[in-house]
Design a binder for this molecule. Structure first.
Ligand SMILES: Cc1cc2nc3c(=O)[nH]c(=O)nc-3n(C[C@H](O)[C@H](O)[C@H](O)COP(=O)(O)OP(=O)(O)OC[C@H]3O[C@@H](n4cnc5c(N)ncnc54)[C@H](O)[C@@H]3O)c2cc1C
Length: 459
């Protein structure tokens, strides 16, 4: 139990709000993106600055509370919130500062990618992120970060220059290639295990308008499309990204009525090369098999980044399972067709994100992200608004994953994992796990930050 005096001191030493179960905003504040997650923290500290974060970390440690860190709250496993502990909520820290001369972007620990996309676009710049702009900069970056620009610019962590952090003992440090290099290595894929990142400094790229968007084909063509795609993406120039999907066409505009609710396969393209070459690059793509729907054309970067936001609002039920994939064999394609044809709900999908190109230029040991030699990050995503369909979407994702796992490289992208146990975390970090564990011991020996894909401190 926390005494009234302890609570009063904590509340008065924070500039941000402290919310508990008796407060009117409690239920709203404990919600995360995945509607399946229903956790009841003891306290939520809405930090407005670094001083608030230091106070909160010290408070959590001194009172031996379970501590969760909330960035954008998008983690499907609900790692931004916990039962009966303290949530260090960074959502008030959403500032973004662009330095157009140095081509860098500084983002607060609670910023969303939409904040970064918007701010950077005004200077004709972009930072590689994910494909939904309501995702948090914090969790996505600390887990790796893949999206439309992965083949051109690498993972988000490959563009991270420095982080400001509050460590488990309350110290504030800046980690970069020059200072606290061990810590900087660990945060580029090791998640929220090492402290609270209060700001991220990124290298930005001169990207303004892409030639991008989805193309859909009938499910009957899926085998042919997948075989063609696997060859194409392994040889494509880095300026061309395209992730493969099984999907159901949403029943509304901008999709034509005759395709509504049809299960199809698709590729979401993003070409970042010279605009005048775009049509030429897409000529053989369009020529291979005329798509049933072709929405590919010039699009400003923030519009591409937020293209799927409305389809996936907060509060839906989510369950997903993932793997890295080195080879897409004919046999694996056959399994994909079987399960892809059984998408259980309109929102459910399967994505194969290419991680070759620029991301594969980095060595497996250069960051904790040790599947640089894989070609895809694969994820089976069960989604639906209705909690009654929770079992149905989870069972489909699990069955699909079970069928494809034997064809995978072993581990999974950490940001596409639910709570799947220590073996799975070890498989994901592979040879890098022991090094991560040593860094964890140095900076968080008591495992204060354990509401994450947890790396245990070395003994
Ligand atoms: C709809 C949707 C689309 C997605 N698309 C992509 C995609 O295209 N590419 C991709 O790479 N990933 C994608 N993801 C996965 C996403 O990267 C992870 O869910 C990620 O954990 C979300 O980060 P967050 O800050 O929003 O999450 P939160 O739930 O707030 O946090 C997730 C984890 O990160 C830690 N954390 C967050 N911020 C900080 C911080 N500032 N300091 C220390 N620790 C912190 C938390 O403690 C927690 O363990 C997507 C997820 C969803 C739900």
């Amino acid at each position: 139990m926390l005494s009234e005096a302890t609570m009063a001191t904590f509340k008065t030493s924070l500039r941000g709000e402290v919310i508990g179960p008796g407060d009117r905003s409690y239920d709203e504040s404990r919600k995360v993106y995945n509607g399946m997650i229903d956790r009841r923290p003891r306290l939520i500290a809405r930090c407005v600055d670094v001083a608030d974060v230091i106070t909160s970390v010290n408070f959590g440690r001194e009172n031996t509370l379970r501590v969760a860190i909330r960035g954008g709250g998008h983690n499907a496993g609900g790692l931004g919130v916990c039962d009966d502990g303290l949530v260090i909520d960074l959502s008030p820290m959403r500032y973004v500062r662009v330095d157009p001369k140095k081509r860098t972007v500084l983002a607060g620990g609670g910023a969303l990618w939409g904040d970064v996309d918007h701010a950077a676009h005004a200077f004709d710049l972009a930072v590689p992120a994910g494909i939904i702009s309501t995702t948090g900069v914090g969790g996505l970056t600390l887990g790796g970060g893949l999206g439309h620009l992965t083949r051109q610019c690498g993972l988000t962590i490959d563009n991270l220059l420095a982080v400001d952090m509050v460590l488990a003992d309350g110290r504030f440090v800046t980690a970069s290639a020059k200072e606290y290099a061990d810590l900087f290595w660990a945060v580029r894929g090791g998640g929220g295990n090492f402290g609270v990142v209060t700001s991220f400094l990124f290298k930005a790229h001169p990207i303004h308008t892409n030639y991008a968007g989805p193309m859909f084909w009938p499910l009957e063509d899926a085998a042919e499309i997948m075989r063609w795609y696997r060859g194409l993406i392994t040889k494509a120039p880095n300026t061309l990204n395209g992730f493969f999907a099984f999907l159901t066409v949403p029943p509304g505009p901008p999709f034509p009525a005759h395709l509504h609710n049809r299960k199809m396969c698709g590729i979401v393209w993003c070409y970042t090369g010279p605009a005048k070459k775009a049509e030429q690059v897409f000529k053989p793509i369009r020529g291979f098999k005329t798509p049933a729907l072709d929405m590919v054309g010039p699009i400003p970067h923030p519009a591409l980044q937020s293209m799927f936001d409305a389809l996936y609002p907060p509060g839906l039920q989510w369950y997903w399972k993932a793997d890295f994939v080195r080879e897409l064999s004919d046999e694996a394609i056959a399994r994909h067709l079987e399960h892809g044809a059984k998408l259980p709900t309109m929102h459910s999908t399967m994505h194969l994100y290419p991680i070759n190109g620029a991301a594969s230029r980095v060595k497996n040991s250069a960051t904790p992200w040790c599947y640089r030699d894989a070609v895809w990050a694969q994820v089976m995503v069960g989604v639906d608004p209705d909690p009654a369909n929770k079992e149905k979407i989870s069972a489909w994702a699990k069955d699909y994953w079970t069928a494809l796992h034997p064809y995978s490289a072993g581990g999974a992208y950490v940001n596409f994992m639910m709570d799947e146990g220590e073996d799975r975390i070890r498989a994901t970090y592979g040879k890098n796990y022991d090094r991560l564990s040593k860094v964890k011991k140095r900076y968080d020996p008591t495992n204060l930050f354990r509401v994450n894909q947890n790396i245990k401190p070395a003994k």
